[in-house]
Design a protein around this ligand. Structure first.
Ligand code: C5P
Length: 224
């Protein structure tokens, strides 16, 4: 669907909540560019792991953050479990966050708008986004989804370990002092525990279409 004017959609939520799939589908539907901000933190974690550097080396993490190129984020190379864990470790450092947030804001500022997903999009990166969604699901359902995903790609995993990993990452993401994971006060909550991705997409679309209809109604009539 083509929209008139600019639209920024901010999508936040914990690991494996379905926010990434939802963000991609919405970006596709509304013809907007999409940025998965988790990949920027993963790129920093990946750089440190690749160079054998400790994850608490803040100055190396800052250097890696400066080198992050939004046009060159390789989802496949950054998908590993250890990279996700490393990402959440480096994401606690305010200086690393500042460098990445500046790049994310530049992406969000493109004419026409964008869809961004992450943990702090509605609260910090794009506090003025037209539509904010906060996507959740129980840790057990998210772990089951993650397991299905790994198995469908021919991998193997220990279900208990996946759940423990999700719970640990949730605790780190919600407990950090800088930009913790939490819904913006004006975010629409979308609990996908018992929802298919299609149902979540339709629910999100209803919120966005309603926002667009109200916004367009408030535009002054054009004078010709
Ligand atoms: O979304 P994804 O699982 O790829 O994110 C990896 C990690 O990056 C998260 O666990 C979180 O610690 C961090 N992150 C963040 N802020 C964002 C996006 C991701 O702190 N906007």
């Amino acid at each position: 669907m083509s929209i008139t004017g600019s639209l920024t959609i901010a999508i936040d939520g914990p690991a494996a909540s379905g926010k990434g799939t939802l963000a991609r589908r919405l970006a596709d539907y509304y013809h907007l560019p999409h940025l998965d901000t988790g990949l920027t933190y993963r790129a920093v974690g990946h750089a440190l792991l690749t160079h054998g550097l400790p994850l608490d080396n803040v100055s190396a993490a800052e250097t890696a953050a400066r080198q992050v190129d939004l046009a060159n984020l390789d989802r496949e190379a950054l998908s590993a479990h250890e990279v996700a864990e490393a990402a959440s470790r480096v994401a606690v450092y305010p200086t690393v966050r500042k460098i990445l947030v500046d790049k994310q804001r530049a992406f969000a500022a493109r004419p026409g708008g964008a869809v961004l997903d992450g943990r702090d999009i509605g609260t910090v990166v794009c506090p003025d986004a037209g539509v904010k969604l906060f996507v959740t699901a129980t840790a057990e359902v998210r772990a089951a989804r993650r397991l299905r995903d790994i198995l469908s790609r021919g991998g193997t995993a220990d279900p208990a370990e996946i759940l423990a990993d999700i719970v640990r990452r949730d605790a780190r993401d919600t407990g950090r002092s800088d930009s913790p994971l939490r819904p913006a006060t004006d975010a629409h909550l979308l609990d996908t525990t018992e929802m298919s991705i299609e149902a979540a997409f339709q629910a999100a679309r209803a919120v966005i279409d309603d926002f667009l209809a109200k916004r367009d109604d408030n535009q002054p009539a054009s004078i010709s």
